[in-house]
Structure formats: C-alpha cells, structure tokens
Design a protein around this ligand. Structure first.
Ligand code: NAI
Length: 329
C-alpha cells in the first residue's frame, strides 16, 4: 500500500482527501506541521510526501526525503516556487497545474470591487446603522485600462471577466498567446507601456527569479497616479517596502492582496490571540486603501475537489511508473 505523509493539513483537506482516497486506498498520515528541513525527518518510511504552498522543498529538505526513501513529492497546488527545481536525484515531483482558474480570477475581481467601491467600509458602517456616503466614492471600472501581467490560465480567466466590464485590456507575458489575444480582444505590450497606461494592474505570473519584485520602486514610478494593484499570485512579486511608501504618498490608489511576501508564519492559521506580528503586514492591514485576504483565492468547492482528485491521480500514475503530464521533476 502506498504510504503518504501529508503536510500542513487543514480539516477541509482531510475531509476531501479521505473521500477521494476511497477510490485509491492510500495509507495517509496527516501532519499539522509544514514540511521543511526540520520536519523532513517525519517522512521516514513514506513513499509520497504531499505538500502545499508554504511547505519548503528546498535542496536540503529534498535530500533528506530521498535518504528517507521518499519517491514522490506531490504538490496539491499549481505554483512550485517552494520547490528546488535544480535538485538532481530520483525524486519525482508532481503538481496540480489547473484546478480552477475561475476561483482565483473571480477572487481578484472581488478584491478590485471591494477596494474601488469601499465595500469593506460600508459593510462596517451599515452594521452600526451609519448610512453616510462620505469617503465611499469609487470610479466606473467600465472604460478603464487593465494591465494583466501573465496571461496563462488565471490571467485569461481574469481577462474574460474583465471584458464583460467594458474595459480595455493590455497584457505582458514572456510567452505571448497571440491567438488568444486576437480571439479574446486584448493587446500585448511591453512591460513599461503596461505600467504607464494601466488604471488597474493585476499580477497573474508565477514567482521566478525574473518576476521576483516585479512591482518595485522603479516600476511604481512608471505607473499612473492612483493606480490599483492586485496580487493574487505570490507575495514576493511585490516589494512591500516600496508598496507601503507609494501608498503613503498617494501614488498608488489602492491595493488588493491575497498573498504576502512573508505569509508563511501567519497565513492559514488563527493568529488573533498571538502577540507575534509582522511590521509590514500590520502596516498594510492598517491602511485604509488596502484589502488583504489570507491566500483564499483558490478556496472554492470546485477547486478543492479538483485538487484532491488530481493529486490522487498524479500519485497513482507516478507510483505505477506511468508518465504523468503534471511532473515538474
Ligand atoms: P500559468 O502557468 O497558466 O500562467 C502563468 C503565465 O505567466 C504564463 O503565461 C507564463 O508565460 C507567464 N510568465 C512566466 N514568466 C513570466 C514573466 N517573467 N513575465 C511575465 N509573464 C510570465 O499559471 P496560472 O495557473 O495562470 O497561475 C498563475 C499563478 O497564480 C501561479 O504561478 C501561482 O503563483 C498563482 N496562484 C495563486 C493561487 C491563490 O490561491 N492565490 C492559486 C493558484 C495559483
């Protein structure tokens, strides 16, 4: 029987994987802790290690897994910036490249509308029977220019919805999909042009050496005053110090974040009773024109079901020695 060590387990993971596992019969041990070089010792005797976005599969950790006899690392997410892809060895690494681009795209739009129309403010006001409109002024999204960085699955799902708002879409991607651009009605431009022309900029590229801090002091300088920045991809795409500086000057009009560069120690858990705080995160949370959600873009029933079923299937294929299209190593 295939033995799986499942890290960073939440109740909803266990519920769904137990359900899907009825068709596979894996022997799954659920650990609360995240995978890293300290917890890697727990993997002795397991065939498969199943991890999520904030587990760390760096070189040191992967070496320990191999020494422990682990054959497969199964990511139950799309992004794999937490895996050392230069690792040389026999370990196979698989991921779930697509589980619901709509979930992330729709959440990005929820952040945009919430920031622009100040829904978070009006919700709290109305709860207190305050029906004043002071400070709630937004703008029509219709007619605005939207800059999309990364036009893969999620970027395209986002563009499709934004077209319905009557917006003008420009995009930047290292690998252009000109056919999609023509069919969907958007235009590829150079990054600097996107930065200069966009009223709203949304990040949908992976975190790589090239994209780390793609939003920084220099790139913000090139943007329009009052620009709204949305990041539902990975926290490290944005240099948080510059973001805070430029929010303070009013250069940036609003920010919607579902990810944060140092989210590992905070996100996916209740820290409300802890004294542990992160300076920049606290600063962002305190700002009136920033809305942060806790890496929940993916969190829909459809996405969770797809994650569980595809992860189980990936593991089956690799353990059977079959070719798996979702292998990254
Ligand atoms: P994808 O692989 O379909 O698309 C990524 C696009 O980014 C590709 O078109 C690629 O060519 C482009 N790209 C790569 N390097 C680039 C660069 N240097 N500059 C500009 N574009 C570049 O990936 P998908 O499914 O659209 O996901 C995008 C990202 O969203 C993931 O990498 C992940 O980090 C994030 N994500 C976040 C979730 C959340 O819950 N917040 C859930 C799922 C994904």
């Amino acid at each position: 029987m295939v033995k799986i060590a499942f890290f960073d387990t939440k109740d909803y993971d266990k519920e769904l994987f137990d359900e899907y596992n009825k068709n596979y019969g894996y022997d799954i041990t659920y650990f609360d802790s995240k995978l890293n070089k300290e917890t890697a010792e727990l993997t002795k005797g397991y065939d498969v290690v199943c991890i999520f976005v904030n587990d760390k599969a760096d070189e040191e950790t992967l070496k320990i897994l191999e020494e422990n006899g682990v054959k497969v690392v199964a990511l139950r997410c799309a992004g794999f910036n937490n895996v050392d892809v230069d690792h040389k060895g026999n370990l196979k690494v698989v991921r779930v490249p697509q589980y619901s681009p709509y979930a992330v795209a729709e959440h990005t739009i929820a952040l945009l509308l919430n920031i622009n129309r100040k829904i978070y403010k009006s919700y709290q006001r109305v709860k207190k029977y305050n029906f004043s409109l002071d400070g709630l002024l937004g703008f029509d999204v219709h007619g605005k220019t939207i800059g999309v960085i990364g036009t893969g699955r999620i970027g395209k799902a986002f563009i499709e919805i934004m077209k319905g708002f009557g917006t003008n879409i420009i995009a930047y991607d290292l690998f252009k999909d000109e056919k999609a651009a023509e069919e969907m009605g958007f235009k590829y431009v150079e990054l600097d042009e996107l930065l200069a022309q966009s009223d709203i900029i949304s990040l949908h590229c992976p975190l790589t050496k090239e994209t780390e801090n793609i939003i920084n002091k220099d790139s913000i300088d090139k943007m329009k005053k009052g620009v709204i920045i949305l990041n539902t991809s990975r926290g490290k795409l944005v240099d948080t110090d510059s973001l805070i500086d430029e929010l303070s000057t009013g250069k940036i009009g609003g920010v919607g974040l579902d990810v944060y560069e140092d989210e590992e120690e905070f996100f996916f858990r209740d820290m409300s009773n802890s004294y542990k705080r992160d300076k920049n995160l606290s600063m962002l949370i305190s700002m009136p024109n920033v809305i942060i959600t806790a890496h929940q873009s993916f969190f829909t029933k459809e996405a969770l079901n797809n994650i569980a079923s595809d992860t189980c299937e990936n593991i089956k294929q690799v353990m059977n020695g079959e070719k798996c299209k979702n292998e990254i190593l």
